[in-house]
Design a protein around this ligand. Structure first.
Ligand SMILES: Nc1ncnc2c1ncn2[C@@H]1O[C@H](COP(=O)(O)OP(=O)(O)O)[C@@H](O)[C@H]1O
Ligand SMILES: [Mg+2]
Length: 393
């Protein structure tokens, strides 16, 4: 008997799923961009709402680049100076690769002493050189191997403009001197739009924009079916279809509903429709807790009122009707409408209509109405002795 597989779903931010739904085209284009010689195609800006798979796509692109022999410089938005971080990362790679580096000579000579290596690290000459020179050398080394230099930056909407501008200047210089360079950034759509709305952002504005979002429900069902097919369990076609519907094609929910249905199936070798049906409440609760809760927490009372005024409608809401329900002028209405669109909470849905952007926002609002703003979704009434009590016993 084979050992049962572990739950294959990845309902957590930044976790790469086994099956990527709806990303074929983007991956094909990026693969072509890496191999080709159109520099513009290698500057990419991924944007979308929370939980739509921006970080996952960024990581996938990075893996493709690494497989093609590129060197990856991964920057973190929390660092105070992106340019300094870029330098640090570039130097670290040069230590490994540069034939002129003392370290690589030593490593090649198989001198294993950690102390000796540390001593040499500190004396690496590249550290004193201008960043342009360092990057130029790194790019040349990467190109000799048929690759290039990849620079990635996730959560770009939280970066300050000045350091971002300084960074993109370096990227542009490198591209300008004919190097193979790819630049990948990802961020929530509205934050990214705000960043671009600035004269220093020309480079980013010209970048190839990939807007990620929900996939169609059929694709979601197929992703769930294929994820299970890779394991020792199976899933009935009806169960996969229902799971796809519950996910509404939203990437985070594809993983969440798959994961809960898997749990519900216990030791059984097939996930049945009942396992999926039974997962729905937990899926909605987790969506409220992890996605809508944080977004609604800081919302102004009037914006919240606007969202609640949409609750009565089954489908899209007419903006005139919303204004009527709120008792405000239509000019005021359009102000709230605009700001809620910027918050990624609603989106236009045909002439004079809006709808909620993400699945189950209506459920989150009803939950708030019942339980109060910011209430826990599933209040945990359990009482556990902490490590203190256990120790003092
Ligand atoms: N293309 C995809 N197909 C299926 N699930 C995905 C896909 N992209 C991301 N996911 C899942 O969605 C969730 C959110 O992904 P993440 O990349 O962290 O989103 P974001 O960075 O946009 O907030 C994770 O659980 C991840 O496994
Ligand atoms: Mg992310």
């Amino acid at each position: 008997m084979t050992r049962p597989s572990a739950n294959p779903f990845t309902p957590g931010f930044g976790l790469t799923p086994v099956i990527l739904a709806g990303r074929d085209l983007a991956i094909e284009e990026f693969t072509a961009a890496l191999a080709g010689n159109v520099p513009e195609a290698r500057a990419i800006l991924i944007s979308g709402a929370r939980g739509t798979g921006k970080t996952v796509l960024l990581s996938e692109f990075r893996e493709l680049a690494l497989e093609a022999g590129w060197i990856d410089l991964r920057l973190h938005t929390s660092s105070t100076s992106l340019v300094e971080e870029l330098r640090g990362q570039a130097i670290a790679h040069l230590r490994e690769l540069d034939p002129d580096s003392e370290t690589s000579k030593l490593t090649m000579a198989r001198i294993a002493s950690v102390a000796a290596q540390r001593d040499i690290h500190e004396r690496y000459t590249g550290e004193l050189e201008p960043l342009t020179v360092v990057l130029d050398r790194l790019a040349r080394l990467a190109e000799e191997e048929g690759g290039g230099v990849l620079i990635t930056l996730d959560e770009v909407q939280s970066v300050d403009r000045a350091p971002l501008h300084a960074l993109t200047q370096h990227v542009q210089d490198l591209i300008g001197s004919g190097h193979a360079v790819a630049f990948l950034a990802a961020g929530v759509r509205t934050g990214v739009d705000a960043l671009l709305d600035h004269e220093g952002a020309t480079f980013l504005r010209r970048a190839h924009r990939i807007e990620v979002g929900s996939v169609d429900v059929g694709t979601a069902a197929e992703a769930i079916r294929m994820t299970v097919a890779d394991t020792t369990k199976g899933i009935t076609p009806e169960a996969a279809v229902l799971a796809g519907e519950i996910s509404r094609g939203y990437p985070y929910l594809i993983q969440l509903v798959g994961s809960k249905a898997w749990q519900n199936s216990g030791d059984a070798d097939t996930i049945e429709i009942e396992d999926v049906r039974g997962a729905r409440d937990a899926v909605v609760a987790a969506m409220i807790k992890n996605v809508h809760g944080p977004a609604l927490r800081g919302l102004s009372p009037r914006k919240r009122e606007y969202l609640r005024a949409m609750l009565e409608d089954e489908g899209p809401s007419a903006v005139g009707v919303i204004a009527g329900r709120m008792g405000i002028e239509s000019s005021q209405q359009s102000g709230f409408r605009q700001r809620l669109i910027e918050d990624d909470l609603i989106r236009p849905a045909g002439r004079g209509h809006v709808e909620y952007s993400l699945p189950y926002l209506a459920d989150a609002l009803r939950h708030e109405e019942r339980e109060g703003v910011g209430a826990d979704v599933e209040p945990d009434t359990g009482l556990t002795r902490s490590h203190r009590a256990r120790r003092e016993r």
